[in-house]
Design a protein around this ligand. Sequence first.
Ligand code: 3SL
Length: 245
Amino acid sequence: MQNRKKVEVCHTPSLYPQYKKENQIVVVIDVLRATSAMCTAFSYGVKKIIPVATIEEAQGYKDEGYLVAAERKGQIVEGFGLGNSPYGFMNPEFEGKTIVITTTNGTRAFHTAKDAETVVIGSLLNLDALSNWLIQQDKDVLLLASGWKDKFCLEDTICAGAFVDQLIASGKFTCDEDSSIAAKYLYLSAKDNYMAFLKASSHRRRLKKLNLNEDIKYCLTPNQTDVIPIRKANYLILLEDYRSI
Ligand code: 3SL
């Protein structure tokens, strides 16, 4: 039998040192809402995204004339016109543009994996496209959940579990860590109605209080795009652009 690759789930950025391995593909996941917003931006024609960790860095880019999105506590940071809502990125004027973004957890997780050889962006929105690509790579995969301020969160775990499910079903992957097995079972329990399953989840409640229910519904609707954002240096581009460089 062919040597199967490992798929693992890391539930928060601070656990990453215990999961990282050489030659592994890291999938950064922040379903609500950073990685969903990034996938949406690319699917609406954005050319490049520069994730930055701090508001100060974001401000520096803004001062240089960049288009900058900044979110903290689920809201647009004062002084920035754009936050983390996927709907904010459905803008034809952004086609071909570079966007700088900072968010509470998603951009932090992206930087946590800075030493990984390959980093891609995952969400429910690009679930099938990214799963199919991962299955073809013949490399171990680590699904890195952004969580909320380093705490476990349900929506990222469920999304990670959906990737685990597809990779295992391909017959090319195995998972023997409890973190991946738990993610897969949570996904199987949630998949028929993500909204209902996540009703009591902390971030869904947080966003609902901010009247962001439409964002939640959108982010929890799988397979709305085929984009695969991939890291090059310190920024993200589309996989197809990466291949043609
Ligand atoms: O934490 C993040 O990166 C954000 O996605 C959080 S929020 O959905 O904008 O509140």
